[in-house]
Design a protein around this ligand. Sequence first.
Ligand code: ZN
Length: 489
Amino acid sequence: MEHPLFIFNTLSRKLEQFVPLHSPFVGMYVCGPTVYGDPHLGHARPAVTFDVLFRYLQHLGYKVRYVRNITDVGHLENDADHGEDKIAKKARLEQLEPMEVVQYYTDRYHYFMDQMNVKRPSIEPRASGHIIEQQEWIQQIINNGFAYVSNGSVYFDIEKYTQHFHYGKLSGRKLDDLLATTRELEGQHEKRHPFDFALWKKAAPEHIMRWRSPWSDGFPGWHLECSVMSTKYLGEVFDIHGGGMDLLFPHHECEIAQSVAASGKESVRYWIHNNLVTINGQKMGKSLGNFITLDELFNGKNSLLSKAFHPMVVRFFILQAHYRGTLDFSNEALLAAEKGYYRLMEAYQILNKIKPSPNTSPLSMEEYQQKCFEALNDDLNTPKVLAIFFELVKIINGAYQEIESLSEQNIQFIKDLYHTFIFEILGLLPIESQQSTNLLEKVMQILLDERMIARHRKDFETSDRIRQKLNNIGIEIKDTKTHTEWKII
Ligand code: ZN
């Protein structure tokens, strides 16, 4: 390829040219949700980020096997080694079977990701479906001398590991610094070292999700499932591992340690992390009262929001920021994104209404295509791609108002650019393909017909009232000589 794809590898902390291990095959693993609550903004960002990478790699001609797990066991409260399992807790509070909780929130996750046009991964394995494989890994790590059994639980031996390998290479954290800031936590007495982490936990008598093992009736540690399932489906060494920045330490650091301790190999060649989501400049959290679920975002029922936002507007908003920068959600920012999204999509519809100019020589459009590829190849710079499209939007609008002229060939070229970059790679859906918009069109037609009937019988009071009421909810109507036009403002 003329311009190779560069991505920022968290491991080397620099931009690196992406070269697949077994071209044209690419293996990609992304940490999926722990399914114990409704999906929220923190779930939307990694899903959209890695969806674009998945789509782009496919566009470049790679055969991508994209694995994204579902955590349904072993993820304890506060991401710790001690405490209640997040799913078991939800099941207890709601008086449900843990797997009912898992099924319900997995379905909810799929539903909202479908709304945002996030493609389903190639394989979506569950931790509870891979208990035997996880036990095999634990035994291997014990055999290699990097784990020990303590009171029925198995812990990873960090001190032993650091004698041979570098723990902290991904996050850049130093064990000594970490030790100085560690509190004495409950359950630590079973461990030799405060940073040892659980590979297997002995289940307390009241713990529901438990499996037999050589060490105790218990359940696997949270970090283990990703090492086990990624290599099971992608091979001992694979191309890309992604996830949110919050998983960098300890989750991904522990994954590296587990792989090296089990097989002597680091499994992952390129680590990619998306940055976090903030709300009005603050970290999102239930205790902070600024928690927004995707359901609330799409139906507007949250005190931080003035209205509902379409899933495509949220997707557009996420793509307007580079994935490595923080993304600050606010009602105002979403309103601005909404305007931008509709401007982008309206321009596409206007393309069909432009009269091609026969007398002009075609404008050179290839440079726009070139610039879009360059932006994506530069660490998936989606905001840049959108900026390039807004240059095109100006040209389209100019041609519609007959300030600029576009040839038939130009118009077709721009349509093709929309199809490739906006619809296929960025995954933004055109307005007309959405059911709700179709419905809106029909409802608007009914209103405009009623208004026209009123005008014909010189009932201007009614016709003005319809116009004003539509204006109040952000729809502007304009009468031309032959018909009435409307648009969302
Ligand atoms: Zn993971």
